[in-house]
Design a protein around this ligand. Structure first.
Ligand SMILES: NC(=O)c1ccc[n+]([C@@H]2O[C@H](COP(=O)([O-])OP(=O)(O)OC[C@H]3O[C@@H](n4cnc5c(N)ncnc54)[C@H](OP(=O)(O)O)[C@@H]3O)[C@@H](O)[C@H]2O)c1
Length: 337
């Protein structure tokens, strides 16, 4: 992929807040853009920084005010935060108060018993490292990245409360928590006086687990919901219909999307969904993201990207008319077949 040179000076588009809609995050004071940008892939130490910069600028120019990171995004671990820390001072420091920047801890980050899961020791140390890598005084949202079966929930939630009270984060969230443990964590945080702002689960046409229970719990509790991998890591686009491109996520060596995930059964559905998208003047990627946003309890769809044009395409899709009942029914038939 050719990386175009990006000009040194960055002047964000003055019209940026006209490009996208915002939704209230649960019953909080925060609104998030319908589309948020995650830095899990394509922002690591192995990726060209000019492309990273171009994607972040494109996103912000389109009114995407939320960038999502984690301690272990890369590769190598930590390097997505370092990349962000290199770009932030020149491009985004003047706009710090227009941005919601999040990070997380929960997965393995450094060796030994204090380098993963949910102890107070790990969470506080990890956030301090993240702040240093990003060159920030605080993050807007700090998440516990995955539930810890062994650490008492009181300790993990107590650590999140401490993190807010100590000024390291403005809000906290949980990610990958199943319904029962999510409800408990939300109630515990409320009692501590640090309400849970948001939950970050995965959700897309091929993985609908949150519909059964979690989404209603979040709605009832007044907690926002930002859904990750709305494109099923890119499967819900037309890119794999003619094989696996070498510059795609499934075509690259160190990713969580393997060629064997793209089975003939999956492709058969993708082909049919692609036709529905075309019939409605949408790309499949736009259809897939808008489908997640049909749920009013979903605050934001958290996409990834490998190039700026993908972000432009997704944001422009959100400005098209809502999916009709008829279209939703046709999608339902394909997914349940
Ligand atoms: N909390 C958690 O445990 C967790 C786990 C996973 C992710 N996340 C968060 O969620 C974010 C998004 O995850 P994800 O990257 O898996 O999301 P995704 O949006 O499902 O997949 C992103 C990939 O889809 C492809 N894509 C994006 N726009 C496209 C378009 N317009 N047309 C065609 N293809 C397009 C690109 O693939 P190519 O690279 O092939 O071009 C891109 O890398 C992450 O960055 C991270 O912040 C959180």
């Amino acid at each position: 992929m050719a990386i175009l040179p990006v000009s040194k000076e960055y002047y964000p588009d003055p019209e940026r807040y006209q490009s996208i809609e915002y939704r209230r995050c649960g019953r909080s004071g925060i609104q998030l853009p319908l589309i948020s940008l995650g830095l899990w892939h394509n922002f690591g130490g192995v990726d060209p920084i000019e492309n990273c910069r171009a994607m972040l600028r494109t996103a912000f120019n389109l009114g995407i005010t939320h960038f999502d990171l984690a301690n272990n995004y890369g590769p190598p671990y930590g390097s997505a935060e370092e990349t962000f820390g290199k770009i932030f001072p020149k491009d985004f420091r003047p706009y710090r108060d227009e941005l919601i920047i999040s990070s997380k801890a929960g997965y393995d980050m450094w060796p030994g018993p204090y380098g993963e899961w949910g102890s107070r020791k790990y969470l506080v140390a990890s956030l301090d490292q993240s702040l240093q890598r990003m060159g920030l005084d605080y993050v807007d949202i700090f998440y516990h990245h995955r539930p810890d079966p062994d650490t008492p929930l009181e300790e993990t939630m107590g650590a999140l409360d401490f993190i807010v009270r100590s000024g390291r984060a403005l809000y906290v969230g949980i990610s990958n928590y199943r319904p029962k443990e999510a409800r408990l964590a939300i109630q515990m945080l409320r009692q501590l006086g640090t309400p849970c702002l948001i939950h970050q689960p995965n959700y897309n046409m091929f993985d609908r687990w949150i519909e059964k229970e979690l989404i209603n719990i979040l709605d009832e509790e007044g907690v926002g919901c930002i859904v990750f991998s709305p494109l099923a890591q890119g499967i819900l686009s037309n890119k794999y219909l003619q094989g696996i491109p070498t510059d795609s996520r499934a075509g690259k060596p160190v990713t969580f999307l393997k060629p064997e995930n793209i089975t003939p059964e999956v492709l058969e559905k993708v082909l049919k969904l692609n036709q529905i998208a075309a019939d409605n003047d949408l790309s499949l990627a736009q259809l897939a993201v808008n489908w997640t946003l049909r749920q009013r309890a979903v605050t934001s769809a958290l996409i990834g990207a490998s190039r700026p044009a993908q972000i432009e395409e997704i944001v422009s899709g959100t400005m098209k008319s809502a999916l009709s009942g008829d279209v939703l029914e046709k999608i339902e038939q394909i997914l349940s077949a």
